[in-house]
Design a protein around this ligand. Sequence first.
Ligand code: HEC
Length: 133
Amino acid sequence: MMGSGAYPYNVEGIKTKFDSNGETIYYTGFNETGKRIATSYGPQWFYTHGGGCVNCHSADGKGGVPVMMGYTVPADITYASLTTIENPPYTDAIKTAIRDGLDPSGESLSPTMPRWQMSDKDLNDTLQYIKTL
Ligand code: HEC
């Protein structure tokens, strides 16, 4: 589990200590070993400064606030919301969205959503955390 992980920056005023690898990734974009997860796409500031899911989807996962220099409003990624999108259902497809930026029907998500080159473990842990939102 997380120790006193020293990250280069924190999401101000929200949280600096995390209970799981998934939560660490959600808040920082780093995994529990202190490695920044490689990404492609995303807005310029994200590309240069990094960040976690929280920077766009907010602490409660509900998104909805426009991203600085982004083109698309971040989606609600609470598990309940993702899994009520029907046809085809957004369950394991969440992983494809996170890693490959594709929605369940294979359409590309907006380039504002970074593509995260995560290991299977990091991806599973992130999904596990999202399920708690
Ligand atoms: C720089 C902003 C940004 C960051 C950081 C970000 N996202 Fe997103 N995300 C978006 C935007 C914008 C969308 C909506 C894309 C669209 O509508 O095409 C999105 C969409 C998604 C979707 C698809 C939801 C749907 O209904 O189609 C998932 C799942 C998701 N993000 C998960 C994550 C996770 C997990 C992380 C962290 C590992 C993350 N995002 C980090 C901006 C971001």
